[in-house]
Design a protein around this ligand. Structure first.
Ligand code: CA
Length: 232
């Protein structure tokens, strides 16, 4: 497998050096940018595989960087921000970021996010050749037939649960915000819809995650949203 190239966007020199050291030690290629303008330039020049993006940049908000990059590229963007900035994380995700990492982060956490994102990249490429069936561990979604199976047993899902499952699977590896999901499912996002979403998600989970040793397909991001994980 070719080494993935990571774009590191971070104005804090010590964090930037730490990240570069980690990436180098784990066999990633990397390029760095110290501000938003440089990030956009690096992204368009080198077309990296994944971007790690600090939100608080000296010349512009990280969200502006996401919007710019999204105007021409689907490259996965992992936002890096401080814990106190939940609203900023949500804004970043709604504008096209794939995932987020909270500062201060551990080396293991950073590497785990990169692995999740690398699997998402591989799946995106695989799905380009086979669009009608989605497979993840024991789960299979046949979009054309409108049905889902777990261990080759058909799942009995309500129409909303099925829509949710499709939305999550089509965005596997990516954190989807409450607003994004409710907009897609109900075409609006009221407080009531977010409460209903919680209920539908819990019934979907019960059908999908039977027993304690079964893999966890759906991850909850408290106060933010949900993500389907790629299961081995
Ligand atoms: Ca910063």
């Amino acid at each position: 497998m070719n080494k993935l190239q990571i774009l590191v966007v971070e104005d804090d020199k010590s964090v930037r050096n730490l990240m570069s050291t980690i990436l180098k030690a784990h066999d990633y290629k990397y390029i760095v940018a110290e501000n938003g303008e440089e990030a956009i330039l690096q992204a368009s020049t080198y077309n990296p595989d994944i971007a790690l993006l600090d939100l608080g940049l000296p010349d512009m908000d990280g969200v502006e960087v996401i919007k710019k990059i999204r105007s021409w590229s689907n490259m996965p963007i992992i936002v890096i921000s401080a814990r106190s900035e939940d609203a900023d994380k949500i804004e970043a995700l709604d504008n096209g970021a794939d995932d987020y990492l909270t500062k201060p982060f551990s080396v293991e956490e950073l590497l785990a996010r990169l692995r999740v994102t690398a699997r998402r990249l591989a799946m995106m490429q695989a799905n380009n050749t086979n669009e009608s069936v989605f497979r993840n561990g024991k789960l299979r979604v046949d979009y054309a037939a409108g049905s889902a199976y777990l261990d080759e047993e058909e799942l009995h899902l309500t129409p909303i649960e099925y829509k949710l499952l499709c939305l999550l699977s089509q965005n596997v590896g990516k954190v989807l915000t409450h607003t994004f999901i409710t907009q897609k499912i109900w075409g609006r996002s009221w407080d009531d819809d977010v409460a209903s979403l919680r209920v539908f998600m819990s019934t979907l989970r019960k059908k999908l995650e039977i027993g304690t040793e079964s893999p966890q397909y759906i991850q909850t991001h408290i106060g933010i949203g949900y993500r389907m994980l790629k299961v081995e």
